[in-house]
Design a protein around this ligand. Structure first.
Ligand code: MG
Length: 400
């Protein structure tokens, strides 16, 4: 446990002397980005948007710009011909001395370079994009240590664990317990998973989220990625991170201590809550969401994770334990396989096996550099795409 780490005795955000916190928001038009904007608009005395960046949805970005004329606005398509100019502009925005807190909510691997730049500039980060820690957790931790920056988790489970750890000592922890709802297919007969449609996979019983993470919740790869995220955020070994299924999504996660006590954080399943505490830490904002009505809920239930139904969790844990660029391969292969599923080019049941095949074929680098991460990411995407095309080619080569 290094002291720069924020979980146990977090230092106050360096901007706390200033009454209004100035934010740079990456991924402004996504699900988390829009909820950040809601909170800024509900608490105008607390926050202003200094820079707002999105990779798509020009109309959504324009709407934010109209409501926040003070904000610098940047639309940066990842595939732009002018990609390097866009990357420079993002780099400048996250390093801007005017910015108190950088919110990273851009989708997937696009968030990695800006996150590393912000940490290098000594900025504190509110992190929604878990992929950054999965791909390059060691690099992120190294930057934090060197530049004294902190990460405040926006992921609801990690926000819960973070809150449970405040004021605790590292040696008092026995294990972290991540809760997961089990997604839409918790009770669906296993033999019918082959016919899962895109619409079914995008219907999460509790949370309203973007499409990629919703599919990840259905395979529970999301929970696997969260194990790796927790390992890097809280510096707890993999053996000390468990998962329990909790269909109601009211207990957002827990920490078990050496004396046998467990602390949990409860709240309605509304991402405004973890976003708000990451933005306003160490203060809590007034009435962000209604507290859960426990008597109305009646029961909260917990059950063991079914490893047969959700093989993604063990796969991700193993990738995390192997370390190096293996988690980056896991992450990229999964992003690609989910993208193919959402385009109708893969079945739901093909997602996790494609990730497993990429992990088997990969030759991971032990030393984690940004270049090695990017190379592993590209390799894994190509591997998943090629095995999809490859099966087609193979068929066409067979004698008629
Ligand atoms: Mg989560």
């Amino acid at each position: 446990m290094t002291q720069v780490h924020s979980a146990f005795q977090p230092k106050e955000m360096r901007s706390s002397r200033r009454s209004t916190r100035r934010l740079a928001l990456l991924g402004a038009t996504g699900s988390i980005g829009r909820q950040v904007c809601d909170l800024v608009e509900r608490f105008p005395d607390r926050f202003t948007l200094h820079a707002v960046i999105a990779g798509s949805d020009a109309a959504g970005l324009q709407a934010i710009a109209r409501r926040h004329p003070e904000a610098h606005v940047l639309l940066a398509h990842p595939g732009d011909a002018d990609a390097s100019r866009a990357a420079r502009a993002i780099d400048e925005a996250v390093r801007d001395p005017e910015v108190d807190l950088v919110i990273v909510a851009a989708a997937g691997s696009a968030a990695l370079a800006p996150t590393l730049a912000a940490l290098e500039a000594g900025k504190d980060i509110a992190l929604a994009t878990k992929e950054v820690l999965v791909m390059a957790g060691e690099l992120v931790r190294e930057r934090m240590r060197k530049h004294g920056s902190q990460i405040f988790p926006i992921d609801s489970e990690h926000s819960a664990i973070w809150q449970c750890l405040w004021g605790e000592k590292e040696h008092g922890i026995r294990r972290l317990i991540l809760t997961g709802s089990g997604g839409p297919f918790l009770r669906r007969p296993l033999e019918t998973l082959e016919s899962v449609t895109i619409a079914e996979a995008l219907t999460h019983p509790r949370w309203k989220m973007g499409p990629k993470i919703t599919v990840d919740s259905a395979t529970m790869m999301n929970k696997g990625l969260e194990i790796i995220e927790a390992h890097f955020l809280f510096d707890v070994p993999y053996a000390g991170i468990d998962v329990v299924v909790h269909p109601q999504s009211v207990v957002h996660s827990m920490v078990e201590f050496v004396d046998g006590s467990i602390k949990a954080q409860l709240g309605v399943p509304d991402m405004h809550l973890p976003i708000a505490i990451a933005l306003s830490f160490p203060d809590r904002l007034d009435s962000v969401a209604p507290a859960p009505d426990l008597a109305a809920l009646g029961q909260l239930s917990f059950e063991a994770l079914d490893a047969l139904r959700y093989p993604a969790v063990a796969l991700a844990r193993e990738a995390g334990e192997r370390g190096g660029t293996t988690p980056a391969v896991l992450n990229a292969a999964n992003e690609e396989a989910v993208a193919l599923f959402l385009k109708g080019q893969r079945r739901f049941v093909d997602i996790v096996p494609s990730v497993a095949r990429a992990l088997e074929a990969a030759q991971p680098a032990r030393d984690l550099t940004l270049e090695a991460v990017i190379a592993a990411d590209r390799w894994a995407r190509a591997h998943v795409r090629a095995s999809a095309e490859g099966s087609g080619r193979l068929r066409s080569k067979l004698p008629a």
